[in-house]
Design a protein around this ligand. Structure first.
Ligand code: GAP
Length: 460
């Protein structure tokens, strides 16, 4: 991106901007809200779609060795026994004996209630999986779980996909979807919620090649965030210590982001070995071995898993792109979002509502919206309209003025530099396409070259 300014954003500012401008609302707000559940508004859903699209493009569409999947949220309960979640997916829970508030034991200090200072109970293990019942009878035989990770849908379909697509190792299966965890202490806006979306990929490899593929995916995933504009000083890798590894992992590295509350996990990349496939083979009685035609061996593949959160990514991209700068009217708030992620790519702004001008502007808008996510805005002064678009990260505004009626040209104004160029109406679409791809604007090189297919992100 063009500028690197010190962070001026707090979580409070971001929550307020997200509500004010239609990115994220509290769930069931008119009933007082539902703890840790959030609704994505018109701009939030575009941002999330763009993040998922960018992930899918980099993980599936641009590769020969990864394919996609969309498995059901509800799965056979035996899946969660085999995966270890039924027994081991727990957090230590403590309760205040005085005010009865509950906390995750590892988040409280001095064994005192953070709210009232009361004495806490001994920790007990609390399973994070949501339960529900399938069918009309609510008994233990109809108990099912809302999945706490999308990964298990991939493992149980390993053989289906491998056979149907005739895939040879190494290859991966990717999936994006909702997961649910009954977190004891959700919080920090959409950072930790009870319903969230994951982007996970299970990469199946020949045993013994784990380390090489683990290093490869760690690098790929770190680069992905940076190519989409996350500033290098705000992102880092943190290898897990032996004592903090999940029950299935032999090695794990987190990609961490410098959120306002401190460095926190954005994504985990784990070496799951043969844990999941071996467990499912044991519990289902089906062989999940792979036949390696080259070596003539049968073996259970090992798995490298990059597992990212859509909501945490959205929060990180919003925070990282937030900027404030002084201008003649006070402060200009701008989201310097990468164009591939920006909810609106182009805003069309007629200088006046006079019919002769509005007619041309509407024609321009109709033409551009076939290609990009656009917005037509003819309310208030042009200055205020520019500020509104800056605040939601729109890379370009197209202004149609009275001169346009004579010279058949319009002005393109760029978000970060606020520089303007005059372009023939007939060349607007093509010009915007190449500028969204990073072509120089005036003297300024726009975002990194990795944006080259940004214009296509929300096309059609
Ligand atoms: N399959 C492995 C797995 O689920 P995880 O570290 O528990 O690993 C992966 O979760 C990612 O999912 C996290 O890095 C985070 O981005 C996201 N995530 C996990 N729990 C979350 C929650 N309660 N709220 C929002 N995102 C969450």
């Amino acid at each position: 991106m063009t500028k690197n300014s010190p962070s001026k954003v707090t979580m409070e500012k971001m929550v307020s901007l997200c509500k004010r401008r239609g990115f994220i609302f509290q769930s069931s707000e008119i009933y007082g809200g539902l703890g840790s559940c959030w609704d994505y508004g018109p701009l939030g859903i575009e941002l999330k779609r763009n993040i998922k699209e960018a992930w899918w493009r980099s993980m599936v569409r641009n590769r020969d060795d990864v394919v996609g999947l969309d498995s059901a949220i509800l799965m056979a309960p035996q899946v969660w026994v085999a995966s270890g979640h039924a027994q081991g997916f727990t957090d230590p829970l403590v309760e205040c004996r005085k005010c009865h508030l509950r906390y995750r034991a590892d988040t409280v200090q001095d064994d005192k209630c953070p709210s009232c200072g009361g004495e806490l109970t001994e920790p007990r293990q609390f399973n994070l999986m949501f339960k529900t019942f399938m069918g009309p009878v609510e008994d233990s035989a109809s108990l099912v779980y809302l999945r706490p990770e999308t990964a298990q849908g991939i493992f149980v379909n390993f053989q289906n996909v491998q056979v149907a697509l005739r895939k040879k190792l190494p290859f991966g299966i990717a999936q994006i979807g909702k997961s649910f965890r009954n977190e004891i202490t959700p919080g920090n806006f959409v950072f930790r919620t009870r319903e969230f979306e994951q982007m996970e990929m299970e990469f199946f490899v020949k045993p013994g090649t784990d380390q090489q593929w683990f290093s490869y995916w760690v690098e790929q995933r770190l680069n992905w965030y940076q190519e989409l504009g996350i500033k290098p000083q705000n992102i880092r890798l943190r290898p897990h210590g032996r004592d903090e590894l999940a029950h299935y992992a032999s090695c794990c590295s987190d990609v961490e982001y410098l959120f306002p509350m401190g460095w926190s996990e954005l994504e985990g990349i784990a070496d799951r070995g043969d844990f999941d496939l071996a467990q499912h083979a044991k519990h289902s009685g089906k062989s999940l071995e792979y036949f390696d035609e080259e070596s003539g061996e049968h073996y259970i593949p090992h798995v490298i898993e990059p597992s990212a959160g859509v909501d945490r990514s959205a929060l990180a991209f919003l925070l990282d792109s937030y900027d404030e700068e002084a201008d003649k009217d006070g402060t200009r708030v701008v989201l310097r979002l990468h164009p591939a992620l920006a909810p609106i790519k182009v805003a069309v702004l007629p200088l006046s509502r006079k019919e002769e001008l509005a007619k041309v502007a509407r024609e321009v808008h109709a033409d551009l919206r076939n290609c990009f996510m656009t917005q037509y805005d003819d309310t208030q002064s042009i200055g205020r309209r520019y500020r509104r678009q800056d605040e939601v990260g729109t890379p370009f505004c197209v202004t149609v003025d009275f001169q346009s009626l004579e010279d058949h040209q319009a002005t393109i104004r760029e978000r970060d530099s606020m520089a303007q160029i005059r372009v023939p109406l007939a060349k607007l679409k093509q010009t915007l396409m190449t500028k969204l791809g990073g072509e120089t604007f005036g003297t300024q090189q726009l975002w990194s070259s990795t944006a080259k297919d940004a214009g296509q992100t929300t096309s059609a």
